[in-house]
Design a protein around this ligand. Sequence first.
Ligand code: IPE
Ligand code: IPE
Ligand code: MG
Length: 252
Amino acid sequence: MSNGAMPKPEVSDRADAPRHVAIIMDGNGRWAAARGLPRAEGHRRGVEALRKVVRASHELGISYLTIFSFSSENWSRPASEIGDLFGLLRRFIRNDLATLHADGVRVRVIGERGGLESDICALLTEAEELTRNNTRLTLVVAFNYGSRQEIANAAQRLAREVAEGRRDPATITPEVLGSYLDAPDIPDPDLIIRTSGEQRLSNFLMWQAAYSELVFVPIHWPDFDKAALESAIAEYATRERRFGGLVAKNAS
Ligand code: IPE
Ligand code: IPE
Ligand code: MG
C-alpha cells in the first residue's frame, strides 16, 4: 500500500442512519390515566402503536428494532396488570405473527424464559422459528428482560467454564463476555428512544448502550407513530458519534 494513497479512515461518523433502534415503550398507564381509562386500555393502545412502528421501521430502512415489552422488575406490578400484559403478548403473537412473517420480519426474543408459562414460551419459540430466515427487519422483543440479569447469566456461564477447567480467566475480555449475552450477533443499538419523558434506562441494554445515542421524547407510547420515529431519527442525525476518538475534522 503506497503512503498517502488511501484516504484516512474516519474516526468519527455522522450518525444519520441508525441501523439498530431500541425503544423503551413507556407511558401507557399515563396515557390511559389522562383519559380516565383503565391502564389496560393504555397497554392495548400501546400494541397498536407498536404495529405502526414496526411497519414504519422497515419503511425507514432500519435493520434492527428492539422493543422493551416487559422488564424483570415489572413483576412488582399488580397481578392483574401482569395478566393484562401477558395476555397482550399472547394476542400480539397469535394475531400478528403471520403478517410479520409475510413482511419479512425476523423475530428474536431476549430475556429470561425460565419461569414463564409454557404456552408463552411456546409462542415465543414458534415466532422465532417461523421467521428465522427473514432478512428485511429483525424485531428483537425484550420480554422478562433485565440487563443486570443478562450480564449475571453470562458471568455464571463463564465462571462455570473456568471452574471446570475449560477456560483461562485471562481470556475473559469485553468481546468474550459480550458474546455470552442473549443476542450476541445483533449489533449494539445506535439509537435508544424512551417515550413519556422519563430519562433513565431502567435496566435496558446497559452493556449494549455503551455508545448508543439516547433520545427522550415527552409523548406517551400509545401516541408514538412514524412521524415521532422520524423526528427521533432526525435528532439522532444531529449527534456526533465519537466512540472515544476525535471528530473527523480534528483528526490529523
Ligand atoms: C409501559 O407503560 C409499558 C410497560 C412498562 C410494560 P407503563 O405501564 O410503564 O406506563 P406508565 O409509566 O405507568 O405511564
Ligand atoms: C421500563 O418501563 C420497562 C418497559 C418499558 C417494559 P417502566 O415503566 O417499568 O420503568 P420505570 O419503573 O419507570 O423505571
Ligand atoms: Mg412506566
